[in-house]
Design a binder for this molecule. Sequence first.
Ligand SMILES: [Zn+2]
Length: 249
Amino acid sequence: MRNLTDPVRRRAARILGQQPVPVGIAGGVFSISFDDFPQSAWEVAGPILKDHGVLATYFVAGGLCDGENIGKRQFSVNDLQALFEAGHEVGCHTFDHVSALRIGPAALEAQIARNARWVSERLDGHTMTQFAWPFGDVSLSAKAVVARHFEHSRGVRDGVNSGRADRNNLQAIGLESRRLPHYDLEALMARTADSNGWLIAYGHDVEDNPTPYGCTPEDLVRIIEMARQAGLTIAPVSSAASMMASTRI
Ligand SMILES: [Zn+2]
């Protein structure tokens, strides 16, 4: 499909190669995730999550460690180890933060293997079971690769996962300053609760002056409080998946 344009390939991958799984968690569940990830997703967001008794999922790209991305300093090994010890989940986001539309299946396999090794060496043998697509870019051939390694993969397409959801491209909303003003969060939360669904949010930096891809500390607090008001359980991606398996209704 290399002669097709990226939007066509993305659309094809959304429609084709689906592996629908039933979603059903009594009362609905909300997962918070951070991608890449910028240091403030731990230094600033970590204490907020702790104050509210919330565990999140950090989708890590090992190659970004100690580096800079979207103009923001990225995590250190110390950050990664600290959040893991605090009980947060660490998931996979490829090693070099590379789009699945830019590389073939063999290179994607190598990216996944390298990230798995890198994380395992730093987190006491931890095996990542969940994946997030860099840039939300999904291709059909990549889906087949990722499905072999991970229970679920999260994209960036807006929406609540309910009824049946593609385990290889779960929908999610952006904890992003460019997107947040356009959501009716209350309605999304209510729909999640009513449909026994799964709402996943993803973000990057958490700062007073966030990038378009990040949010403020107040945004994070607000979304946690709204989820609680809607009666949603808040759990990392793999925990939500386990709840689905055990309490499917
Ligand atoms: Zn990313």
